[in-house]
Every structure is written in structure tokens, then in C-alpha cells.
Design a protein around this ligand. Structure first.
Ligand code: PLP
Length: 439
């Protein structure tokens, strides 16, 4: 049995290069993180060899005695990590990632063409929250279900709950999804529950981005008021790339007539994951989730999450001091969304230039944007660099680097002939070829 270096030097070399890239630059993508050696070991373990269709105790293949113990351990830790009692909540740990987890949750409770509402993509929502462009369904969640977005209040940059309430009365969705990919504020679950109850809809939270601070009790918990909670495990939670679906057990809701209903979410969710949408679970990933969850229950993890939020606040404050505008004016969580409109530059060009100076960020739409390809926002997150040990004073410097990178982008833009992104990229390439020192 030979190792990768010997067996496949070409690939080994590429992985080494990527390792160097990851460790050599400033990683500010809000959805990324660095997992521990222990998580990597579980992920790269021999568990990848095993087929385990079904659930613990009910498998379609033999030889799953140990696998059952691993999956049960992951389930137990997932509930404990989010402070849930196994009598009231259950969790499916098999979703392959966040998008499949969401589709599986929808498929469990909705019929084709049932209605759902989620935060508009350009306002910070995720594709899987029903994204469509006009009549064209971009996400399958808009193709197989009827979706209607809700929005940010353009003045405040916070969720426009009043408009959501009005629109949901007219649209009458069967599901309202909260949670987002680029929203820097906490959620008003009480208000959302009231809105959902008025139209008799399920309330689901996709806490993919905020699972870490939620487990550390630094943000409000969605579990008190939602029926379903989905998450990825690889963002603030610092685990492998995967998803989880939490479902409320037993009697759920009082209808207008005072009746309690058992929605049987457990059997619906499990059936939707397997056999409806997935086959054999990736037990090596499930083991790695279990490892990450164990880490997430340690006091050091809570300290880490506190630092993540503190670093995001400092970054936001420093950017604001330098004249940048933030959507909603600040942050409650691990990310900030910079609106570059007042700086006369867009996020796409800035992202391209920052990449050349080893700062990784992502362009993002802001509410005023019409194009997702050349948007005017920059999404910046603190989780990855906080894992690397950066603290408040370091983030002051990070803000300064960003400012210099943005200035540089403006300079290159001013030297570009033509207005298109391709012209800009050509100009950048030219300057790099001429060995211009960027910073
Ligand atoms: N939900 C939210 C809120 C996300 O931000 C993301 C990914 O960024 C997902 C779901 C999808 O996760 P994945 O990329 O693992 O499919």
C-alpha cells in the first residue's frame, strides 16, 4: 500500500500547492474554515469503504455493527451540541451537503408545486431558498416548488418582516425558510413564527452560516420556534463538508381551532433522505462530523466563536472608519457585507485583484444590484482567520490591506481601456506580466 506522493505525484503536487495557497494567504470567505487534524483523519479513514444504506439498526447491507455505533454517536453529539433533548428533537446526519439537506427537507414536507418563501438571493438568501430570475427557475427548489422571495428593507438593511407578513398573507406559503448566506444580523424567530402561524406554514431555519455561534449560545437559537433546522457542517461549525437536518418530534403546532397536529417529521425526513434522494451515506464524513461536534462542545470552541464575532465587529468598524458602507450598518455575527457603491468600484473587480495579493474574498450582491456577476458587494468573514489565531489587532491590519487592495483595483480600472470585465482582466494580466508589483 503506497502513499499518494508515490502513487500519484501529479495530484499530490497539486494538493501541496493548494495547501500552500490556503496557508499562505488571508482567507476571508465567510463560509470557509480550517478543520482540525482529527477531523481530517476521520474524513480520510477506512470508513469510506463501507456501504450502509438505511439507518442505524435498519441497514440494507451486512457488516454495519460498528458503522451503526459511529452514526449513533454522531446523532447523539449533534443533539447535545445544540442543547436538544432526544425526546423533542431528532436529527438526520446523512445529507451529503447543505443543498441536498435543504432539498430533502422540502421534499419531506411539500408536494410538487407547493409554495415556499425564502430570502431573496440578492438580499443574502441562498440559491436553495427558492431562487428564480423572473419566470426562470434557477434553483430546482423553484422548479419543483412555487417560490416567492422576501426582501431586506432597503433603508435599514434588515429583513423586511412587515412586507414578508403582507406577502405571505397573499401568497399563503406552506413553508417559510429563514437563515441566509450573506446576512449579518440575527433573526427575529418570534416574529417569523407568528407570520408562519398566520398562514399555517412550517417554519424552517437554514443555519448553515451561523451553526457555530448558535451552538455556543452567542446567537439566538432557532430551535425554540422552528419546525425544522438544516445546516452545513463545514462553515462556522468547522467540520467536514456535509449537512444535517434537525426535525421536531411529536405534536407540533396549535392550529387556529386549538388543535395539535403530529406532522410525523421524523419518518418524513428520514424517508426523504433515504431512499427518496440519497443512496449509501458517507460514513467517513459522518465520523468526521462527530469529531467536529465533539470539538464544538469544548469551552475552547466557545472562546473561538466569541473571537470570531469580535473579529467581524472590528473588521466592520475599521472598514466603516475608512469610509466604507456596510449593509445594515454592522454585524451581529461572523460576516460583514461591504457595499462598494459609494466607492465607485464593484465587488467582481476587487475580488479578482485581491486574489492576486493572496487575499481571498467573494463578490456578493447588495440589495441595489441588478447583476449577480458584477455585483457591488464584498462579503467578508472572520471564521477562517480566527482559526489561524488572528485577533482584533490583526483584523485592523486586515482592514488596511483590504483598503489598499480596493484602491489598487480602482487604479487598474482607471488604466483600463473599455468598460467590460474582460478588458479589466486583460489590463490586470498585462500589469502582472510587466512585473508591476501590485502591493
Ligand atoms: N444554505 C446556506 C445558507 C448556505 O450559505 C449554503 C452554502 O453556502 C448552503 C445552504 C449550501 O451548502 P452546500 O454548498 O454545502 O451545498
Amino acid at each position: 500500500n503506497i502513499g499518494l506522493k508515490e502513487a500519484d505525484p501529479q495530484l499530490h503536487n497539486l494538493i501541496e500547492k493548494e495547501k500552500k495557497r490556503q496557508w499562505g494567504g488571508l482567507e476571508l470567505i465567510a463560509s470557509e474554515n480550517f478543520v482540525s487534524q482529527a477531523v481530517l483523519e476521520s474524513l480520510g479513514s477506512i470508513l469510506t469503504n463501507k456501504y450502509a444504506e438505511g439507518f442505524p439498526g435498519h441497514r440494507y447491507y451486512g457488516g454495519n455493527q460498528i458503522i451503526d455505533q459511529i452514526e449513533n454517536l454522531c446523532i447523539e453529539r449533534a443533539l447535545k451540541c445544540f442543547h436538544l433533548s432526544p425526546e423533542r428533537w431528532g436529527v438526520n446526519v446523512q445529507p451529503l451537503s447543505g443543498s441536498p439537506a435543504n432539498f430533502e427537507a422540502y421534499t419531506a414536507i411539500l408536494n410538487p408545486h407547493d409554495r415556499l418563501m425564502g430570502l431573496n438571493l440578492k438580499d443574502g438568501g441562498h440559491l436553495t431558498h427558492g431562487y428564480r430570475e423572473g419566470h426562470k427557475a434557477i434553483s430546482s427548489t423553484a422548479k419543483y416548488f412555487e417560490s416567492m422571495p422576501y426582501f431586506l428593507n432597503k433603508k435599514t438593511g434588515y429583513i423586511d418582516y412587515d412586507r414578508l407578513e403582507q406577502d405571505s398573507k397573499a401568497f399563503s406559503p406552506k413553508l417559510i425558510v429563514c437563515g441566509a448566506s450573506a446576512y449579518s444580523r440575527d433573526w427575529d424567530y418570534k416574529r417569523l413564527r407568528k407570520i408562519a402561524d398566520k398562514c399555517n406554514a412550517y417554519l424552517m431555519c437554514d443555519m448553515a452560516h451561523t451553526a457555530g455561534p448558535i451552538s455556543s449560545r452567542l446567537l439566538k437559537t432557532p430551535f425554540d420556534l422552528c419546525d425544522l433546522v438544516t445546516t452545513t457542517t463545514h462553515k462556522t461549525l468547522r467540520g467536514p463538508r456535509a449537512g444535517l437536518i434537525f426535525y421536531r418530534k411529536g405534536l407540533r403546532k396549535v392550529t387556529k381551532k386549538g388543535k395539535k397536529i403530529n406532522y410525523k417529521l421524523e419518518s418524513k425526513i428520514n424517508f426523504s433522505v433515504f431512499p427518496s434522494l440519497q443512496g449509501g451515506p458517507h460514513e467517513n464524513t459522518i465520523a468526521a462530523i462527530a469529531t467536529a461536534l465533539r470539538e464544538a462542545m469544548k469551552p475552547e470552541f466557545v472562546e473561538y466563536q466569541k473571537q470570531v464575532l469580535q473579529n467581524a465587529k472590528i473588521l466592520g468598524a475599521e472598514m466603516t472608519k475608512m469610509g466604507y458602507s456596510l449593509v445594515s450598518g454592522g454585524t451581529d455575527n461572523h460576516l460583514i457585507l461591504v457595499d462598494l457603491n459609494n466607492k465607485n468600484i464593484d465587488g467582481a473587480r476587487v475580488e479578482t485583484v485581491l486574489e492576486q495579493i493572496d487575499i481571498t474574498v467573494n463578490k456578493n450582491t447588495v440589495p441595489s444590484d441588478t447583476s449577480a456577476f458584477i455585483p457591488h458587494g464584498l462579503r467578508l468573514g472572520s471564521p477562517a482567520l480566527t482559526t489561524r489565531g488572528l485577533q482584533e489587532t490583526d483584523f485592523v491590519k486586515v482592514a488596511q490591506f483590504l483598503d489598499r487592495g480596493i484602491d489598487l483595483t480602482k487604479e487598474i480600472k482607471s488604466r483600463t481601456k473599455g468598460n467590460k470585465m474582460v478588458d479589466f482582466k486583460k489590463q490586470l494580466e498585462l500589469e502582472l506580466q510587466n512585473n508591476t508589483k501590485l502591493i
